[in-house]
Design a protein around this ligand. Sequence first.
Ligand code: HMG
Ligand code: MG
Length: 301
Amino acid sequence: MRVTIYEVGPRDGLQNESAVVPVEVKREFVARLAEAGLTTIETTSFVHPKWVPQLADAGELLESLPRVPGVRYPVLVPNEKGLDRALDCASDHGGVTDIAIFGSATESFARRNLNRTVESQFEMFAPVVERALAHGVRVRAYVSMCFADPWEGPVAPAQVAGVGRRLLDLGCHELSLGDTIGVGTPRHVEDLLDAFAEAGVGPERLAVHFHDTYGQALANTLTALRRGITVVDSSAGGIGGCPYARSATGNLATEDLVWMLDGLGVETGVDVRSLAATSLWLAGILGRPSPSRVVQALARE
Ligand code: HMG
Ligand code: MG
């Protein structure tokens, strides 16, 4: 069995940092992730720079990034303006080949994160997906607040599956299930995957995106793997959070994920020690230790 790790450190990991990280550091971070063996690295976002000032340098980063053959560098794109900015990135530097749209399962988060209703988010995304596909760009979709929302409480699995199905039907090749605030448990994961199966969406079109707020991310991931999911999102060193979701902390740490997968004999192609060295380097720059248990343990070896 092989699992594809979809690394989100440079985007989900850094988007919540209040002090702007210099573009040279971001460039080195992405390059070191590729050196450690990661083959899908979500690099930045073409969202409104006022909403996420940390990633206002998206174009500059992409145009100066050394590309490694075989590595994909997806970027977040919410709307046509974001797509225009992404497509403007010079193709002689590799351009943009993969984007991700990001929808919400709940009204409260749709309003806070996208300034839209759940219904109107589809109108915003539809032309983005259509135009991206016409340019030969692959489109992933996220659905956020899959288990609960800080304003509305628990979210019904059928509601999430309904929104997710519509995002996929726009023409996206993959849907990533976001536990934005990290409250889900393995039982919730089972229920959600059952709801998707009932909506006609099997594990081959799904990825999982767990934040580790309550320490459940690894257990939830194992549950998803046992249900046939083979694409897992994580962030190097476990950095991150969403600036528009109260209480969201970092994603599942990539090192914790790789350690578990190595132990299970599942291939990832990622060198956990090289990755942990990168997370320690970045922690030094961000000025606080990595929350990843594996990074902390390897640092003591
Ligand atoms: P809006 O204010 O409704 O935008 O924001 P608008 O369409 O009304 O346009 C207003 C002005 O903004 C216009 O300029 C546009 O051109 C400009 P004006 O004509 O007034 O001069 N504008 C832009 N400029 C640059 N780039 C753009 C852009 N769009 C409009 N892309 C918008 C709507 C979606 C843009 C805003 O709400 C936004 O940027 N939201 C992003 C928030 C965000 O990045 N959140 C974090 C990522 S999601 C996440 O972390 C969850 C995830 O990890 C999964 C999980 O954990 O669940 C993915
Ligand atoms: Mg996230």
